[in-house]
Design a protein around this ligand. Structure first.
Ligand code: SF4
Length: 333
């Protein structure tokens, strides 16, 4: 995993020295800049996949928080070919981030390993054949990773940057059941371990604040994830997207779907990060849904402000990522 520290002594009360400098957490952006000599930007692609929690294999309603439009950039047109989508994305991103050194194609919408291997191979290799694409990020569910697919990705990863993003969403089975996720945490644990055995770099995706979670259960999640071979973590707060089942539940009874305020989220994030292994890179700390799609909560805090607010909160506490991490947490499977 590249980062040798297994646990760090808590130095609160004495002069505290963060091993991560002023950020106080292990930043994916800093790591990528050091590894690739500059900014690496993801170009989103909608390859036309669906997901087994929608097409009937596991369920039909999908996860109750899910509306993929909420996470789809405006430049993305799913009717275009993969090459055309990449060209459109590069046109948009190169003006917005002119100092980008490298691009990777992000198969983001729905479950991007849910299909026949031939189809997956065709999609991934189309993206990799683009002259400006240096690798792939592939988002999927933990129950859509057959050995055949992992074998193929292992070979691909020998020549390209391949980041496998697995939707864990919660480490709490009651929360997963409550949002109709269609799998439990043990499925995520097994998938992460299998992917890592194939030499793949795994990013776990987690939502903080799902119904049925408690502050304590989310902090236990930090310890449970730390026990797994995860390279990076994407975290974000629960936001309710119009038209989703969870939004409907909240509209009928707000008490049934408690939402975090912005200060409570920053405080939870700091508690979580303090308990997280210092080896895990933090790739994302929040999300911002387009205002036309978002129902609640309404924060004044913008997405770009979350990282500095987290660093400021950790500095105020004299703490940093991993300062409360204990490496011997047993894994549930
Ligand atoms: S969040 Fe992912 S797994 Fe759940 S319904 Fe949406 S696409 Fe399917």
């Amino acid at each position: 995993m590249g980062y040798a520290v297994k646990s760090l002594p808590t130095q609160m009360g004495r002069e505290a020295i963060s091993p991560f400098g002023e950020r106080r957490y292990n930043s994916w952006n800093d790591h990528i800049k050091a590894r690739y000599g500059g900014r690496v930007q993801k170009v989103s692609i909608a390859a036309g996949f669906t997901c087994p929690n929608r097409d009937g294999l596991i369920g039909t309603g999908g996860c109750t928080f899910c509306n993929n439009a909420g996470f789809t950039p405006g430049y993305l047109d799913h009717r275009q070919s993969i090459t055309e989508q990449i060209d459109a994305g590069l046109h948009f991103l190169s003006r917005r981030y002119p100092r980008t050194q490298q691009y990777i194609a992000f198969f983001q919408s729905y479950s991007n390993t849910y299909g026949e291997l031939e189809r997956l191979r065709d999609c991934y290799e189309q993206a990799l054949s683009h002259p400006q694409i240096g690798g792939l990020a592939i988002g999927t569910r933990p129950d859509c990773l057959s050995e055949e697919i992992l074998d193929y990705l292992e070979v691909l990863a020998q020549e390209h940057l391949i980041e496998l993003e697995i939707g864990v969403e919660s480490c709490n089975d009651a929360a997963l059941a409550r949002v109709n996720r269609g799998h439990d945490f043990a499925v995520s644990v097994a998938a992460i371990r299998r992917a890592a055995k194939h030499g793949l770099e795994v990013t776990a995706h987690l939502i903080l604040g799902l119904p049925e979670e408690s502050h304590q259960s989310m902090l236990e999640g930090a310890s449970q994830l730390s026990a797994l071979p995860i390279r990076a973590l994407k975290l974000h707060q629960l936001q309710l997207i119009r038209g989703t089942e969870l939004a409907h539940e909240w509209q009928c009874n707000p008490d049934a779907v408690p939402l975090l305020g912005e200060q409570a989220y920053i405080s939870l994030l700091a508690d979580f990060v303090e308990r997280l292994s210092p080896a895990i890179l933090l790739q994302r700390l929040g999300v911002e849904i387009p205002p036309s799609l978002k129902l609640a909560p309404h924060w004044n805090l913008r997405l770009y402000e979350i990282a500095p607010r987290l660093s400021a909160e950790l500095a105020r506490r004299g703490s940093w990522q991993g300062c409360r991490y204990r490496s011997a947490t047993p894994s549930p499977v």
